[in-house]
Design a protein around this ligand. Structure first.
Ligand code: ADP
Length: 540
C-alpha cells in the first residue's frame, strides 16, 4: 500500500506542477495578445463611434472639454419681437398686459415654444395657476426638444413646471437630451436628491479629464495614444492642433467579451487543458489499476492463507475420522481373538461393530479419493437412465439401520417409483449418505430425520430434513465450498468435504443441491434431478 500511496502523491505533485506551469504560460500569452487586441479595438473605435470598447467619449477643443459639455453656453437674448411684451411684463410689472402681447407672438408661429413659456409665466404671476400648468403641460408635450434662452429643453423645464415629472428622471438619465453636466446634475438632483445615476459618471469623468488629463505635448494628428487617468485607461487622438478626441476604455467589456473570445480563439481552454486533463486522467487510471492490483494481491494472499488453514484443518479432521473406526476395529478384533468363549449374541454384536466401522472407514476413504479425483479433474460418473426411487429407498434403508442403532428415527415418505432420471448409483449413494450423516451430526437434541422423494415441475427432488442446529443465513451460501466448516460447530468429526462433494455430484447430474435452514429449528437439504426429457433438453 505504501508504494501506491507514494506513487499517488508523486503523481498528484507532478499534475499540480504541470497545471501551474500551464497556467503561467497561458496567462503570459493571453496578456500579450490581449494588449495587442485592445489597442487594435481602440483604434477601430475612433472610426466606429458605437464600438463597445469606448466608454465616456470626450472632445477637447483648445484645452477645454466641450463634449460632454460641463457648462451650458451663456443665456441667449430674447428675439427683438419679444421686446415690447418683455417691457410690459418685466419693466412695468404688468403681466396682465404682457399676456396678450405674448399671445400675439403665438400667431406668427415663429416663437411658439418661447412665447408659450412666457404666457405660462404670466399666468402664474396673475395667480391663474391651473391655466399656467395646462400651458406648461402642453408645451412639454408639443415642443419637448425646443430650448429656452438658457438652452434647457422644454421637455424638461415645462414638465417640471407642470408637475408632470413621472419617468422624467429615467428619460434624462438615459441621455434623451444633450445637456450640460451642470444642467444634468441640477435636474436629476431636483427630481430625486437621493438617487444617483451612472449617467452622471460621464460628467464626473469629463471633469477629471478637464482637471487632470495632460496629453502629450505635441501629439501627431491621427496617431492613437494611450494614457492613465486615475484608475482608467484613456485612448486619445489629436484631430488637429486644436481638437482632441478620446474615450475611456471599458474594462468590463475587455474582461467579459474580448478576453473570453481570445481564450476560445487561442484554444487555451480546450486544447492544452484537454491535454492536461487527459494526462491527469491517464495518471488516475494507472493509479487506479495499480491500487486494484494491490488489493487483488492482498485478497489472493488472504484467500491462499485461508485455503492453507482449511487444508491443514482438513488433514487433522480426516486423521481424526480415521482414528475412531480403526481403534474400534482393532479393539473388537482383539477382544474376539482373546476371548474365544464369548456368547453368540455378544460375538455377533462385536462383528456388527467391526462391519459398521469398516463401512465407515471405507466411506471415508472413498470420499477422500473421489475428492482428490475431482481436484485433479479425473472424476467421472457413469450416468444411466432409470427410476431413482428403488435405489434411494435401498440407500435410506441401509444407512437408516445404522442411524436407528444410534438412536435416530428416520421417517420416510418415499414413493415406490418416480420419473426416470440419469444417475450414477454409487455417486447418488455418496450424496445421500453425506446428507443423512450431516442430519445426524448436526441434529442437536432432536433424534428425528425425515426423508422425502417428490416429482414436480420436471424435477425429481430428494429431501433430507432434520430438526437440529440449523445454519445461519450468512453461512448458507458457503457450506458447499470445499473444506468449509461452519465456525463454533459443536459436532465433532467432519472435515468440510461432504457438501462440496454433494454439490459436485449434483452438477455432474445436470441438477442442483439446495438448502433451506433456520438456526435452532433445523435444515432441509434437497437434491434436485431433472427428469430425463428435461435433462436431454437442457443438455442439448
Ligand atoms: P463437515 O464434514 O464439516 O460436516 P460438510 O461439507 O458436510 O462438512 O458440511 C459443511 C458445514 O455445513 C458443516 O461444518 C456444518 O457447519 C454445516 N452443515 C452441513 N449440514 C448441516 C445440517 N444438516 N445442519 C446444520 N449444519 C450443517
Amino acid at each position: 500500500m505504501a508504494p501506491v500511496c507514494g506513487l499517488l502523491w508523486l503523481g498528484l505533485q507532478s499534475f499540480e506542477r504541470q497545471r501551474q506551469a500551464l497556467d503561467t504560460l497561458t496567462a503570459e500569452k493571453l496578456d500579450t495578445e490581449l494588449q495587442a487586441r485592445t489597442t487594435a479595438a481602440a483604434r477601430q473605435a475612433f472610426v466606429d463611434k458605437t464600438h463597445p470598447i469606448a466608454r465616456d467619449r470626450f472632445v477637447i477643443e483648445q484645452g477645454t472639454v466641450v463634449t460632454p459639455a460641463l457648462r451650458a453656453p451663456l443665456p441667449a437674448q430674447a428675439p427683438p419681437e419679444f421686446a415690447e411684451a418683455e417691457r410690459l411684463e418685466l419693466t412695468l410689472g404688468r403681466p396682465d398686459l404682457a399676456l396678450p402681447a405674448y399671445r400675439a407672438l403665438l400667431d406668427t408661429h415663429r416663437w411658439d415654444a418661447l412665447a408659450s413659456s412666457r404666457i405660462a409665466r404670466c399666468l402664474s404671476r396673475l395667480g391663474r395657476t391651473t391655466e399656467a400648468r395646462t400651458t406648461w403641460r402642453t408645451l412639454a408635450q408639443s415642443h419637448p426638444d425646443a430650448r429656452d434662452l438658457s438652452h434647457r429643453p422644454f421637455g424638461i423645464v415645462a414638465a417640471i413646471e407642470a408637475g408632470e415629472t413621472q419617468g422624467l428622471y429615467e428619460q434624462i438619465a438615459s441621455g434623451r437630451w444633450v445637456i450640460s453636466g451642470e444642467q444634468a446634475e441640477y435636474f436629476l438632483n431636483t427630481l430625486d436628491p437621493v438617487r444617483t445615476s451612472p449617467y452622471l459618471e460621464r460628467f464626473r469623468f469629463a471633469r477629471e479629464v478637464q482637471d487632470k488629463f495632460r496629453p502629450n505635448d505635441s501629439p501627431r494628428p491621427g496617431e492613437v495614444q494611450t494614457s492613465r487617468l486615475n484608475d482608467r485607461t484613456i485612448f486619445y487622438r489629436a484631430e488637429n492642433a486644436d481638437r482632441l478626441t478620446g474615450f475611456a476604455l471599458d474594462q468590463a467589456w475587455v474582461d467579459g467579451t474580448l478576453r473570453p473570445e481570445l481564450e476560445r480563439e487561442l484554444g487555451m481552454t480546450s486544447r492544452t487543458r484537454q491535454d492536461l486533463w487527459l494526462y491527469g486522467g491517464a495518471l488516475a487510471l494507472v493509479l487506479l489499476v495499480l491500487s486494484a492490483g494491490v488489493l487483488l494481491l492482498l485478497r489472493d494472499i488472504s484467500r491462499e492463507a485461508r485455503v492453507n488453514r482449511l487444508r491443514s484443518e482438513f488433514v487433522s479432521g480426516v486423521s481424526h475420522e480415521l482414528k475412531t473406526p480403526i481403534t474400534l476395529i482393532r479393539l473388537y478384533g482383539e477382544t474376539l481373538l482373546r476371548h474365544r468363549n464369548l456368547a453368540d449374541a455378544e460375538r455377533d454384536g462385536f462383528y456388527r461393530i467391526i462391519t459398521r466401522e469398516s463401512d465407515r472407514l471405507g466411506r471415508l476413504v472413498n470420499q477422500v479419493l473421489s475428492f482428490s479425483r475431482v481436484e485433479r479433474g479425473d472424476q467421472t460418473y457413469a450416468l444411466e437412465e432409470g427410476d431413482p426411487a428403488p435405489v434411494l429407498a435401498g440407500i435410506v434403508k441401509d444407512y437408516g439401520e445404522l442411524l436407528a442403532r444410534a438412536g435416530f428415527s428416520v421417517k420416510c415418505s418415499l414413493p415406490t417409483s418416480a420419473p426416470a432420471v440419469r444417475f450414477d448409483a454409487a455417486a447418488l449413494s455418496q450424496a445421500v449418505v453425506n446428507l443423512l450423516d450431516n442430519a445426524a451430526k448436526y441434529s442437536g437434541e432432536s433424534r428425528e430425520i425425515v426423508v422425502r422423494l417428490q416429482a414436480a415441475d420436471g424435477c425429481v427432488t430428494f429431501e433430507v430434513e432434520d430438526h437440529g442446529v440449523g445454519i445461519p443465513p450468512a453461512e448458507q451460501s458457503r457450506i458447499f465450498e470445499r473444506f468449509y466448516r461452519a465456525p463454533n460447530r459443536t459436532a465433532t468429526g467432519g472435515y468440510g468435504l461432504g457438501l462440496f462433494m454433494v454439490r459436485h455430484i449434483m452438477e455432474a447430474h445436470g441438477g442442483r443441491a439446495e438448502v433451506e435452514s433456520e438456526p435452532g429449528r433445523g435444515s432441509r437439504f434437497r437434491l434436485v434431478f431433472p427428469v430425463v426429457s428435461e435433462w436431454a433438453h437442457t443438455a442439448s
